[in-house]
Design a protein around this ligand. Structure first.
Ligand SMILES: Nc1ncnc2c1ncn2[C@@H]1O[C@H](COP(=O)(O)OP(=O)(O)OP(=O)(O)O)[C@@H](O)[C@H]1O
Ligand SMILES: [Mg+2]
Length: 305
């Protein structure tokens, strides 16, 4: 079966409500059509619409270097709603990290705008918590000291913030390891400690860039379920970049599928599966979502050829 047919089949299986927002590139482009507005509305509904925490509005990013220009992101528009976990998937090197860097305020869009809580993000505001693929824990500090380090450096360590950070360690079942050094922990535990360090700031927006990719498959499944539960129970708003389609579906309330570089929004898919990642993976509709995302990624690669 060709990938297009698989995708069409997947759409049928999911039915119209659970399907997608249908909001592809055209819907988010400069000239929005009435139909696209409706699609955006339905996307918002399916994602449990609330207050917008972050948005890209026709945002493009071109890296300027003396010897070359690299267009990384092209006219991207999407929103992240309060309490939502948004998955971003796209081909390798398409510009996913660049999108997160714009949301973190580390780089400014070349055109269009990026807003977090209604204004251009400034990394000094600590509005966003950025968690990377590697945990960047300091080997010579204990887990507890690592977790408190960010607060300490930013001059925000006080009784209240310390208590909050330690309660997060407890939620991640790491309390007993507070006095241990990073080398004494497994890869999954280290990633959890890095997550606690990021959450200790109570960021309005949590940015996760392939946070599980250094882990083996089993650790990855367990940790993604745990992180999903922490994010949901804590009411955090998060954007997760992953190249793993299953992870995007298992974790996300919504998925944005990007094209090859420069990243454009190919499709926005509302994931209407309940429960945590483990339940979702065994849901009979899971494969249909997989085919849908896969079909979009394949289509994007074809267009780039
Ligand atoms: N600071 C930079 N200066 C110049 N070019 C950059 C910079 N950061 C990224 N790029 C280029 O922008 C493009 C997109 O990179 P980016 O890291 O955003 O992609 P990605 O989708 O996150 O990739 P991966 O799947 O490998 O994580 C790449 O061609 C990359 O070489
Ligand atoms: Mg990346």
């Amino acid at each position: 079966m060709s990938e297009d047919w698989k995708a069409a089949d997947a759409e049928k299986t999911l039915g119209s409500a659970a399907k997608t927002s249908g909001a592809g590139e055209a819907a988010f482009g400069a000239a929005k059509t009435a139909g696209a507005e409706e699609n955006l509305d339905s996307a918002a509904k399916t994602s449990g619409a609330g207050e917008t925490v972050a948005e890209l509005i026709n945002a493009s990013l071109v890296y300027q270097e003396p010897e070359r220009e690299t267009p990384a992101v092209e006219r991207c528009s999407f929103e992240v709603k309060k309490g939502e976990l948004l998955s971003l998937v796209g081909p390798s090197g398409c510009g996913k990290t660049s999108v997160l860097s714009m949301l973190a305020g580390i780089v400014k869009p070349s055109s269009g705008s990026v807003l977090v809580s209604g204004k251009p993000p400034d990394p000094r505001d600590n509005q966003t918590g950025y968690m990377l693929q590697r945990d960047h824990l300091l080997d010579w500090r204990t887990i507890e000291d690592n977790v408190l380090l960010g607060l300490e450096v930013k001059g925000r360590l006080n009784d209240e913030t310390r208590e909050y950070a330690l309660s997060l360690l407890d939620k991640c079942a790491l309390s007993a390891f507070g006095g241990h050094y990073p080398r004494q922990l497994s890869g999954g535990m280290r990633q959890k400690a890095a997550l606690v360090r990021t959450l200790a700031f109570s960021p309005e927006l949590l940015l996760l860039d392939e946070p599980f990719s250094a882990l083996d498959y089993q650790q990855r499944l367990l940790l993604s379920a745990e992180v999903h539960s922490i994010i949901k129970r804590g009411g955090y708003t998060a954007v997760l970049v992953t190249h793993d389609i299953s992870e995007a579906i298992a974790m996300g309330d919504r998925i944005i599928v990007f094209s090859s570089r420069p990243a454009r929004v190919r499709r926005e898919i509302a994931v209407e599966l309940g429960g945590g990642p483990m339940e979702r993976r065994t849901d009979p509709r899971f494969n249909a979502y997989f085919d849908l995302v896969w079909g979009e990624l394949e289509g994007g690669a074809d267009n780039a050829r």
